[in-house]
Design a binder for this molecule. Structure first.
Ligand code: ZN
Length: 140
């Protein structure tokens, strides 16, 4: 019998991980970088996804706003596990096997993850955003 790692982690942990990755010093507004942010309940479809409102510019956003995870067809759990396996130095082939993804998907995902999870923002995660090119048809 095989243990499926996707059954071992839950969405709450995944969202927590994303928060820690993108906001290591606390939640900040993606528009104005203010940390005067108030919590605004949770997403209707994904109960672990925290919503916020910026106290300074009134922007509403959530955990995934302006990240590459937003609107992607892979569940967040798969992305987080992909990151985890990359940290273990697994090859794309091994990651694909663990997550039941085909090679092309894994290739695209690891390439995107290496560029940083935040699309445009303030901070170190996007230092290389200037060289970011269109990644073609992924995410559709
Ligand atoms: Zn703001």
């Amino acid at each position: 019998m095989q243990v499926n790692i996707k059954n071992l982690i839950d969405d709450v942990q995944c969202y927590q991980t994303v928060r820690e990755l993108r906001w290591p010093e606390g939640v900040a507004c993606p528009s104005c970088a203010s940390q005067h942010v108030i919590k605004r309940g949770f997403d209707d479809a994904e109960p672990a996804r925290q919503r916020y409102e910026c106290h300074d510019c009134d922007r509403r956003f959530d955990d995934l706003t302006d990240t590459m995870f937003a609107g992607h067809h892979q569940p967040l759990k798969v992305w987080v596990l992909c990151l985890y396996f990359m940290g273990l130095n697994l090859s794309n082939e091994q990651i694909g096997h663990e997550l039941a993804l085909n090679g092309n998907d894994v290739q695209q995902m690891t390439a995107q993850l290496r560029e940083g999870i935040v699309k445009k923002a303030y901070g170190d995660a996007v230092r290389r955003s200037g060289v970011r090119r269109s990644l073609g048809d992924c995410g559709s």
